[in-house]
Design a protein around this ligand. Structure first.
Ligand SMILES: *[C@@H]1O[C@H](CO)[C@@H](O)[C@H](O)[C@H]1NC(C)=O
Ligand SMILES: *[C@@H]1O[C@H](CO)[C@@H](O)[C@H](O)[C@H]1NC(C)=O
Length: 480
């Protein structure tokens, strides 16, 4: 998430911070070194630069000129196409971090269905069946068209799940409030139900984690997320339009009973690896190749591009996907973490034991406990001039900047398999939790065997390229 959006309310009430908003961050990452050597050990930033502006400044590179590209915007904040009158309903940072934790526990339960910790077991008791994918804080949205004539729908895009669904009329049980009119299959000439006997119906089991059911010969899906949000309805086909590309017979969930933390979005777009994901269904055209850039702030925009762009940004470097993992998640290999250009003392076995996925919907990167301890200790050492602040929710490495307007923080970089190094921007290192306190934007997993997750705060402003067929993931600095 462009994270600092939780402060938009605060910002609105503080003209002082508005005056201080600077573009320092952008300068910092735009000059990212091309080689893999860390040249700088510290970033000096204005504290105000960690907060979003109150007006939207869309990304300068025009997405209109690029084929098969959608604008990405944060669900909250000034660039959101969803109604702004819901400012009061915006979740607090504490709520966002709590949903983020639910999402992470759900991902862990999917990857390792026999959880080793009691904590996860307790959670699972509340869920009717194996927890499905998770949503929680998937905060980035795109707009697509569905049906003939096409209706525009704003969907959360999520690399951590597979089924694409939208709320549908008639909302037989329940629909939450959404911004776009709710999709009505009756108004689409190209809509059809999928029958229970079709093979694609049986594929729902792996895409949703739930066995499909059958009502009057029509295949029905159900998917629930780690935070107890869910969507249940008819499994359907209709024409999907992505930018100017048209896909007849796209298979999606037409949700008649939907509840949860989807904000005012129309539903979800699943970008996982499963055969039912949008990536697999559009493979003939896009060759399972996509890329996105998440904007550094909720007051800016990014993009999601399906297919291989004619001209790829130079400086994109690739790390292999870890194909030993069969699940629908995107596994990558973390080799090491650097603070101020120095590698942390973390044994190779630490990352190997846990494995790591990249996820567009998890906010805060999760690390195996020994890796997190090493990171926190080295970061604190580099921050020893600043007074410590109490822990905040899942964040325990916090600092009080009451007496500062500018601060100097250690650089943090990730080295991935294949020698790819990613230097995090300051907004991917520190998350402000109040006007004066900010915390290291990382958390430890509960168990050394739990999978690490490279979250969306740490991906900000990078062009993140998924070459699924080619088996590799790319990072390019200054993507938006
Ligand atoms: C799809 O199935 C539902 C439920 O069985 C039914 O009410 C609806 O009319 C069907 N729609 C079409 C286009 O066949
Ligand atoms: C800020 O400075 C004042 C005055 O020097 C001092 O009393 C206060 O303890 C400082 N606050 C923090 C959090 O360091």
């Amino acid at each position: 998430m462009a994270t600092p959006h939780f402060f938009s309310t605060f910002i609105k009430s503080s003209s002082l911070f508005l005056l201080l908003v600077s573009c320092f961050l952008d300068q910092t990452h735009a000059s990212e070194p091309k080689n893999t050597k860390i040249q700088d050990s510290f970033h000096t930033i204005q504290i105000s630069s960690l907060f979003p502006a109150s007006v939207c400044s869309p990304s300068k590179d025009s997405i209109k000129k690029r084929p098969s590209t959608l604008e990405v915007f944060h669900r909250h904040g000034p660039c959101s196409k969803l109604s702004q009158d819901e400012a009061a309903a915006e979740p607090s940072l504490k709520e966002i971090l709590s949903h983020d934790q639910s999402r992470v526990e759900s991902i862990h339960a999917r990857i390792n269905p026999a959880p080793t910790t009691d904590k996860v077991n307790d959670k699972k008791v509340d869920l009717p069946v194996q927890s499905g994918s998770s949503l929680g804080s998937g905060n980035y949205l795109v707009s697509v068209g569905l049906g003939v004539p096409k209706k525009t729908l704003s969907l959360i895009f999520d690399t951590g799940s597979d089924l694409t669904w939208t709320q549908c009329q008639p909302c037989a049980r329940s629909c939450y409030k959404q911004q776009d009119p709710i999709f009505d299959p009756k108004t689409s000439a190209s809509y059809s139900n999928i029958s229970c006997t079709s093979t694609t119906c049986s594929q729902l089991s792996s895409a949703t984690g739930n066995t499909p059911s059958c009502s009057a010969g029509t295949c029905s899906y159900g998917i629930q997320y780690g935070d107890q949000s869910f969507s249940v309805g008819l499994f359907s086909k209709d024409t999907l339009t992505i930018a100017n590309d048209v896909f007849p017979n796209f298979q999606f969930g037409c949700g008649q009973n939907n509840q949860g933390l989807f904000g005012r979005t129309a539903g979800l777009m699943g970008l996982g690896r499963d055969p039912l994901s949008i990536i697999s269904q559009t493979a003939a055209r896009y060759k399972k190749y996509f890329s996105y850039c998440l904007p550094s702030k909720s007051s800016s925009t990014g993009h999601l591009t399906l297919g291989k762009p004619r001209k790829r940004g130079k400086g994109v470097r690739f790390t292999p996907f870890d194909s030993s993992q069969g699940s629908s998640f995107y596994f990558i290999t973390v080799a090491s973490i650097y603070v101020s250009g120095q590698p942390l003392p973390i044994g190779q076995a630490v990352f190997k034991t846990a494995g790591t996925i990249i996820d567009s919907g998890t906010v805060i990167t999760r690390l195996p406990p020994p890796a997190y301890s090493a990171l926190s200790a080295a970061f604190k050492q580099g921050m020893k001039n600043y007074p410590a602040a109490p822990a905040y929710s899942i964040l325990d490495t916090c600092f009080d900047f009451s007496n500062y307007t500018a601060i100097t923080i250690p650089t943090v970089s990730f080295a991935f398999g294949g020698g790819v190094k990613v230097n995090l921007i300051p907004s991917g290192i520190l998350i402000p939790v109040s006007s004066t306190v900010a915390c290291l934007a990382f958390a430890a997993n509960g168990d050394a065997a739990d999978t690490g997750i490279f979250g969306n705060m740490q991906q900000l402003t990078y062009e993140v390229v998924y070459d699924v067929t080619g088996g590799k993931l790319g990072f390019g600095a200054a993507g938006c």
